[in-house]
Design a protein around this ligand. Structure first.
Ligand code: NDP
Length: 246
């Protein structure tokens, strides 16, 4: 028998970076957590072990969010293990940067598949299967506001995610489900740091008035607020969590 007072959170892309911090934080808040990953099985298993060692409840589940069949299986797995899903965090994402004139089809197609179709796949599944009273939190980016060169495809797709966020919030009318997005600025994870010279990282970290990169935990704090009882009146909003960058 599952305990109806314990809520379950599904975090996509939770093997590393921001997603791993969100999974750990929600587990500390008392949620059962489904730690989704695509390729990094060992890292996902490690996150689950750490959560369990701290007295939390979690499972890891492989699914490529860009594949609708995988996403159905991911929701099946969460329901079988924990009896339902109350919180969906759409965190899985990839970033490939180039000026539009230098962007090839692969750069475009792979980001559409993961960042847009992946988010759509889980939103569609959640709209049918998330428990009433639930929460959906999508990850966008503050570059939607900054509009930096080379970010056209990545930020353009996150802009679409922001638009879907507002629309889905309306479509959930009557079910007491909130739908919001968190839009971080530069955050110290592989997605931001890989391939950037130290000098550029230092320069970008000084741009926000708070003069540092975000930690994954800074972003997990905001997600935990939206997923918890204090965030219940926030709906259809984009929260830019970026130290004042924009
Ligand atoms: P990381 O690269 O550190 O981690 C990405 C995570 O997404 C991994 O767990 C990875 O799993 C997973 N993932 C990638 N592709 C898929 C897929 N097809 N299906 C399922 N999971 C997948 O990224 P961050 O933690 O930095 O980013 C998390 C989110 O935050 C993203 O949506 C990103 O766009 C957003 N963001 C990040 C910012 C930053 O500066 N870091 C700033 C603004 C927004 P696996 O390893 O198993 O492939």
């Amino acid at each position: 028998m599952t305990d109806p007072t314990i809520r379950t959170a599904l975090v996509t892309g939770a093997s590393r970076g921001i997603g791993a911090a969100i999974a750990a934080r929600l587990a500390r808040e008392g949620f059962n957590v489904v730690v989704n990953y695509a390729g990094s099985e060992a890292a996902a298993v490690d996150i689950v072990s750490k959560i369990q060692a701290d007295g939390g409840r979690a499972i890891s589940a492989r699914a490529d969010v860009s594949d609708a069949t995988d996403v159905k299986r991911l929701f099946d797995c969460a329901e079988t293990e924990f009896g339902g899903i109350d919180v969906l965090v759409n965190n899985a994402g990839i970033m490939k940067l180039a000026k539009i004139e230098d962007s090839d089809d692969d750069l475009f197609d792979t980001q559409v598949a993961v960042n847009l179709k992946g988010t759509f796949n889980t939103l569609r599944e959640a709209s049918a299967r998330l428990s009433d009273g639930g929460r959906i939190i999508n990850l966008s980016t503050s570059v939607v506001g900054l509009k930096l060169e080379t970010y056209a495809v990545y930020a353009g797709l996150k802009a679409a995610v922001e638009t879907m966020t507002g629309i889905m919030a309306k479509e959930m009318r009557g079910r007491n489900i909130t739908v919001n997005a968190v839009a971080p600025g530069p955050t110290a994870t592989a997605l931001f740091l890989d391939g950037k010279p130290e000098e550029l990282v230092q320069k970008m970290s000084k741009i926000p008035p708070l003069e540092r990169l975000a930690t994954p935990e800074d972003i997990a704090n905001v997600v935990a607020f939206l997923a918890g009882s204090d965030g219940g009146w926030i709906n259809g909003q984009i929260l830019r969590a970026n130290g004042g960058l924009i």
